[in-house]
Design a binder for this molecule. Structure first.
Ligand code: 5GP
Ligand code: MG
Length: 178
């Protein structure tokens, strides 16, 4: 099936049933790994909000969830991008934290942000990502809980946008003729 998002054509890549089945599997794994640990899910906005909600509902152990937004600033230091988090209210010291991302592409975002979280001494820090594009990776970042590996193509749907649109598509769609 194809859809138009913001004037561009996209075709079905992963249908919503397949997405939901995979998320149940990830939730079952998290239930095993985190029993009694009260993990704190930390969703990275905006892209992860639907994945985070469904993954969180697939988990039956005691767990908490919070969301943050990351903003990057170019050229403010010699090292390039500085990433700051907006809305991080709870202390993660001593907590078992699971970062929830929509997609790991180059890995730049998490490569810059993970050390900031590590500085706050969480008891453990893992990453759950719906999608990963290993071919696009520039930094060694991997998801501990991964929905799907995919080629280096642009996708929308299930929380992911094209210029703000397409997040409400129930499945994941890839661009036609990128
Ligand atoms: P990274 O820092 O790993 O290069 O990029 C991660 C971010 O880039 C994701 O959280 C997402 O916002 C955006 N991104 C990367 N690939 C795609 C894609 O195929 N579709 C959409 N909608 N966003 C993407
Ligand atoms: Mg994102």
């Amino acid at each position: 099936m194809t859809v138009q998002v913001n004037g561009k054509l996209f075709e079905t890549f992963i249908d919503s049933n397949t997405v939901h089945k995979r998320i149940l599997e990830l939730g079952a794994q998290i239930n095993k790994d985190y029993a009694g640990l009260n993990p704190l899910f930390l969703g990275i906005l905006n892209g992860s909000f639907i994945f985070a909600a469904d993954l969180f509902r697939s988990v039956t152990v005691n767990a908490e969830i919070s969301f943050i937004k990351l903003a990057s600033y170019k050229g403010t230091t010699s090292t390039g991008n500085v990433i700051t988090s907006i809305g991080m209210e709870e202390s993660i010291a001593g907590r078992h934290v699971i970062i929830v991302e929509d997609i790991i592409d180059t890995g730049t975002t998490l490569h810059a942000f993970l050390p900031q979280l590590q500085q706050q001494n969480p008891a453990s820090l893992k990453i759950a990502s719906l999608l990963s594009k290993p071919e696009a990776r520039k930094y060694d970042v991997h998801a501990d809980y991964l929905g799907f590996e995919m080629p280096d193509v642009f996708v929308v749907g299930y929380g992911l946008d094209y210029d703000g649109l397409g997040r409400n598509l129930p499945g994941i769609y890839r661009i036609v003729n990128q």
